[in-house]
Design a protein around this ligand. Sequence first.
Ligand code: FES
Length: 84
Amino acid sequence: MSWDFRKPGTRICVCYNATNDQALTAWRSSKAPSVDQLTKEFECGRNCAMCLPYFATLLNEYQKGTWPANPAQADTNWFGAKHG
Ligand code: FES
């Protein structure tokens, strides 16, 4: 199974053990969601900073409304049939 940074609950910041769920909760409760906010709240980026591009991508998609994906759209099962 491959690592999917968009999958809900996935740990994005390994150094400070922060998940994309935590980021989403923080962004939803903020009037001005930002990656910087995650640094302030969870320390994300204060060590290796490898997580920052992933959080930036998620934030961009969150603001466009494409992340998290609508579960109904993401579901590829149709009466038990798998596609793709
Ligand atoms: S993975 Fe977030 S600071 Fe290292």
